[in-house]
Design a binder for this molecule. Structure first.
Ligand code: PLP
Length: 399
């Protein structure tokens, strides 16, 4: 490999890291339900990679630093739009026009702004649990109502959508928006074209807007394909959030590009958003990532597949009571520990306090059906992943 994904970079002690994931912050311990976080704690809980960014991105950021002035900034056009548009054309055969792009400072922020712009207080927003926790907190925080269209799992941990329930919920005129996670965090599905088309049909027929969070779309297993929902359906009611954040490990730069093809919807969003400033770092990094990051991404995917395959084998051999399906997309594994017959608290205590490994408990994704599940993010050097899973396995040995 040209890039060294095995290198362990100290994000805990380097004063320039500012990493939330590796901070010894008791508030984070409390949030996750760990007694302490210390030098020995392995943090593999949040969707943020422990790999150094692609060299062209670092060079572009260095150029901004060397310039030495970080004033109000605007993306150079058409270069910025071209970088985004060419990426999606090249990789997903998705045609986007420059005027269809709207910049927002991050995807969670984008979801919040979509809710504020397109729904009223009290309106129902549909989500599909178990799902990325901030979907729920954003709906609650904006005074809207969470409407759950529960995903269905088979015995192997393969999740599908409950379309009958979805149709019923979409028919309720109080429910105005659906937040789609595609590929899905945490269940790892790349929804099929047929699934996405059916979801789009139901939403379109019932005037429900789809806010599609597709920021894991580049991070799929090799050999599989991801298709944006906007390429499979009428775009009248679709807004898509795209970002280089997850793909290229730029989460700390908070850059998201919405794609909205419907001009009316777009104008509503623009009006509600008002002016959104971009940082020179975000501009430079996004352009470098999309223009020059593809080779790094392909190697990253190979490395992630290796991590995931190692874990799947390890679980089979050392922790066969954990049910976990190889994710089709994302670098996230959704692990069902219920086979051990322990309470969610006991499972949690063994992992977070005894093994001293930080994951995220299943109830952060689904307050009801998430108990007994744990989510792990695995974009870390293999040695770190191996040590974490060895430690966890030791705490469940003999059970
Ligand atoms: C599905 C999903 N959406 C949004 C985010 C956060 O995105 P951002 O950092 O751009 O707000 C994450 C981060 O883990 C995520 O998994």
């Amino acid at each position: 490999m040209k890039y060294d994904f095995d290198e362990v970079i100290d994000r805990r002690h380097d004063p320039s890291s500012y990493s939330i994931k590796w901070a010894k912050d008791p508030k984070i311990g409390k949030m996750l339900g760990a007694d302490t976080i210390n030098d020995d704690t392995i943090a593999i809980f949040t969707a943020d990679m422990d790999f150094r960014c692609a060299p062209p991105i670092i060079d572009a950021l260095r150029g901004v630093v060397d310039h030495g002035i970080f004033g109000y900034s605007a993306a150079p056009e058409p270069d910025y739009s071209d970088a985004v548009i060419d990426w999606f054309k090249r990789r997903e055969n998705w045609e986007i026009k420059p005027e269809e792009l709207i910049y927002v400072n991050g995807t969670v922020e984008a979801m919040k702004q979509i809710i504020l712009a397109l729904t009223e207080p009290g309106d129902g927003v549909i989500i599909q649990r178990p799902v990325y926790g901030p979907f729920s907190s954003t709906i609650e925080g904006t005074g809207r109502t969470i409407v759950n269209n529960q995903l269905i799992s088979d015995d192997e941990g393969y999740y599908t959508m409950d379309f009958e329930d979805l149709e019923q919920k979409c028919k309720d005129p109080d429910n105005k928006l659906l937040m789609l996670c595609s590929p899905h965090n945490p269940v790892g599905r790349i929804w099929t074209d047929a699934e996405l088309a059916e979801l789009a049909r139901i939403c379109r027929e019932n005037d429900v807007i789809i806010a599609a969070d597709e920021i894991h779309g580049d991070l799929i297993r090799r050999g599989l394909e991801f298709h944006p929902i906007a390429t499979l359906a009428d775009n009248v009611n679709i807004i898509t959030a795209t970002a280089a954040n997850k793909t290229f490990n730029l989460a700390g730069l908070h850059c998201t590009n919405l794609v909205i093809k419907n001009p009316e919807l777009r104008e509503k969003m623009k009006k509600s958003l008002g002016h959104v400033g971009q940082t020179p770092f975000g501009i430079a990094a996004t352009m470098a990532a999309y223009n020059d990051g593809e080779e790094w991404l392909e190697e990253l995917k190979e490395y992630l597949d290796g991590n995931i395959d190692w874990i799947m084998n390890f679980l089979k051999e050392r922790m066969p009571k954990v049910k976990c399906r190889r994710p089709e997309g994302t670098y996230i594994l959704w692990m069902d520990f219920r086979g051990y017959g322990l309470s969610a608290e006991e499972i949690h205590d063994r992992i977070y306090n005894k093994a001293n490994v930080l994951l995220e408990g299943g109830t952060m994704f689904d307050p009801v059906e998430g108990a007994g599940f744990e989510r792990v993010c695995v974009p870390s050097p293999r040695s770190v992943i191996q040590e974490a899973f060895e430690r966890i396995a030791r705490e469940f040995e003999g059970l």
